[in-house]
Design a protein around this ligand. Structure first.
Ligand code: TRP
Length: 343
């Protein structure tokens, strides 16, 4: 089956880190776009638990985080009838493909990995899995013949490595040696970089990030949510004085949630004076609470039915394995790996 860019609908693939509670930075940075894309294209969204092992060696936490992220996506509107949501570990062949890719990857290329260097600089152990992370990520994408990969701007380099691997593989193993599109075994994916959103500020005004411990969780509610919103750092302009919305962390968050009318009104209130940061925080609290009210309810319901969630993941995993197997048959054949179980 030739795979050209012209005769197939784009396949969207992306991996989701099971890194504990998802926060507003994750939501505006990626999840929102994932949810928007998944019902327009055939999509494969997987929870990257093999990748998580590069930095997490705690079986209970890995299990919990993996299921939590599935609950989060389903609660936020991911419809498993429209696209595939599954666990990376339900497609073990991805490791087989990664192995083949290791043999095509110059160590010098991985040596330049910025994500690897950052993580080691943060004190994470410099294990070979972490070093090879981009190769497994390339296998994740190419095993489904993915064309489009919606990721944050920080993933550019990993997608570049993936594109290089696909090209090198086709070049080395494509039939005939003339590298025309119809002879591509693996399509070269396009990154779909999600950097159209403003950086989401955390409680301290730095980029919202788990590593800064400055996050607001998507599913935070009640006292926890209130406490966090009230802790957002502002300057100390007195209540009655005019304020600049454009330099305010609270307003930066309000902007992400509010409709045009509310945005303009709040900005005008800031500039007019007589409107304090306490007022702004109350408005933000209401906006967050309302935006995720339905999702919170859905999450509570889903959490009561863990077997249904497992069924969804099982079904997604089965479809993903089937798709992966058609690609792997071509790959094994192209490189000359004989298997006897499927002949
Ligand atoms: N590295 C990605 C991240 O940190 C997660 C990921 C793993 C991924 N495999 C992928 C993203 C494949 C896109 C495609 O967010």
């Amino acid at each position: 089956m030739p795979m050209t860019e012209l005769n197939v609908k784009p396949i969207v693939v992306s991996g989701i880190q099971p890194s504990g509670t998802l926060h507003l930075g994750n939501y505006f940075g990626a999840i929102r776009q994932h949810i928007a894309l998944h019902d327009q294209h055939e999509s494969y969204f997987f929870i990257v638990n093999y990748h998580a092992l590069t930095t997490l060696h705690d079986a209970d936490r890995l299990r919990t985080y993996s299921i939590d992220v599935a609950l989060d996506y389903l609660a936020l509107g991911f419809d498993p009838d429209k696209s595939h949501l599954f666990l990376q570990s339900d497609v073990p062949a991805v490791n087989e493909l990664a192995w083949i890719f290791y043999t095509l990857t110059p160590v010098s290329q991985l040596d330049k990995g910025v994500a690897y260097k950052d993580k080691v600089a943060q004190g994470l152990s410099a294990n070979a899995g972490l070093f090879n992370y981009p190769v497994l990520q390339a296998a994740d994408i190419l095993i489904y013949g993915g064309h489009r990969v919606p990721v944050g701007a920080d993933q550019k380099q990993n997608i570049e490595i993936c594109r290089d691997l696909a090209a090198r593989f086709n070049d080395r193993f494509g039939r005939g040696g003339t590298n025309t599109a119809s002879e591509q075994i693996l399509p070269i994916p396009e990154p779909y970089i999600l950097d159209d959103v403003a950086v989401v500020p955390g409680l301290d005004g730095r980029k919202m990030s788990k590593s800064y411990d400055n996050t607001i969780g998507i599913f935070d509610e009640g006292r926890v949510l209130r406490k966090k919103v009230m802790a957002i750092v502002t300057d100390s302009t007195p209540l009655e004085e005019p304020k600049n919305p454009d330099t305010c962390n609270v307003y930066a968050l309000i902007r992400l949630f509010a409709d045009e009318e509310t945005r303009l009104r709040v900005a005008a209130d800031y500039r007019a004076g007589g409107y304090g940061y306490g007022h702004a925080k109350k408005e933000l609290l209401t906006l967050i609470t309302d935006r995720f009210a339905e999702a919170r309810e859905r999450r509570r319901e889903l959490a009561k039915h863990p077997d249904d969630v497992m069924d969804i993941l099982r079904h997604g995993g089965k479809r993903a394995r089937e798709r992966a197997e058609t690609v792997m048959e071509r790959v094994r054949d192209a490189v000359g790996l004989i298997t006897t179980w499927n002949t």
